[in-house]
Design a protein around this ligand. Sequence first.
Ligand code: SAM
Ligand code: SF4
Length: 315
Amino acid sequence: MKDTFKREIDYLRISVTDRCNLRCLYCMPDGIQDKKDHDEIMRDEEIINVVEESVKIGITKIRITGGEPLLRKGIYNLISKINKVKGIKEITITTNAILLVGNVKKLKEAGVSRVNFSLDTLDSEKFKFISNTSLTLDYVALIEELKEYDMQPIKVNAVLLKGFNDSEIPGFIELANKYDISIRLIELMTIGHLNFDYDKYYISKDDILKKYPELKFVKKDNVSEYYQVDGNKGYIGFINPISHKFCSDCNRIRLTADGHLKPCLHNNDEIMIKEISGEQLLKKLREAVKSKPVSHKLDESKDNRSDRSMNKIGG
Ligand code: SAM
Ligand code: SF4
């Protein structure tokens, strides 16, 4: 279905939980603030209902996200049920991957075709700092496992943070080349109301390109611009939703874990659909598509942000 600005909306991002096993400093450093009761979170049947109705308005692609989606009880079973919905052509997932190592086969069998995993640093001590936990991720084992089960292309997401990981670009280039994968640097966004010093950590793509002129532009898709060092395999991507808005290519709506449709990531408009089904649900899905704004306004002021923190929306 097309929205008011003639954009084809065929992609639904589903946050299956707002909980997480990490406490990333820019996302949920203090854990969950307003913990939802179990019955406030969308049940499997409710999520399946939304997927079934969304197919009727032209959704064909689903991304599972969170919080940390692999923490949800019965997640593999839920994904298999989504995979059985007629009309769904692709299921992907965004995960911090802590629980994925050793479970890639299960994820593939459930119906996921591609994985984006988050990794802000290649240094395990720095990982502990930014994730605000004592956990680490064996990303080499994970990449090899993803390749073994042909879950490709592999995309790694790193939030670009000045003074934290902007010096790690050479390491990211080497990793991308070694495994022929994409490492996408995401521009830090102000979202929710965290005590996080966004101005201190913000660094733009242009600053990175000035520092690493060996990165040459290769191609663009609807959210990322890909760069490569001549002769290398793999890409360094940039996702710049604020400084280089890609709203005109937006193809998505979002479902939060507590049953709200979000037409746009960066404002507070939401449509409650928990416990709504059938024709009524279909109507709400159409309303979500039709109410998508032409673009977000976060570049005009940080106050034009969503009050929900990222773990409640799913990125
Ligand atoms: N827990 C999973 C993960 O980390 O991949 C899925 C949910 S997480 C909210 C989705 C993505 O949002 C991650 O890649 C994360 O780094 C990114 N993210 C979270 N807060 C952000 C912020 N303030 N600015 C930019 N990206 C952010
Ligand atoms: Fe958890 Fe992902 Fe947020 Fe980090 S970015 S705290 S892994 S939801």
